[in-house]
Design a protein. Structure first.
Length: 80
């Protein structure tokens, strides 16, 4: 396996960890009707998570494309 392939696989692992982290934050902080959360605070949580998801999604799609170009099986592009 080449260094480039190893780097792409390492990047994918890191991105998968970020996805798990985003899911944990969502489960912990998602706004719900029973919470004492002001609408502005709820929007801040949603905006923060949306920004993180978009960033990780963009990088994950690039990683999948790189894996495919390197002859590796690409990850699940529908993951996010």
């Amino acid at each position: 396996m080449t260094r480039l392939q190893e780097k792409v696989i390492s990047d994918e692992k890191s991105l998968n960890e970020k996805i798990v982290e985003i899911e944990a934050v969502w489960n912990r902080e998602k706004p719900n009707s029973g919470a004492d959360l002001l609408p502005k605070e709820a929007m801040n949580v949603l905006d923060l998570l949306n920004n993180r998801i978009n960033s990780v999604q963009e990088n994950y799609l690039k990683c999948c494309e790189a894996k495919e170009l390197l002859g590796l099986s690409p990850g699940d592009t529908q993951k996010l």
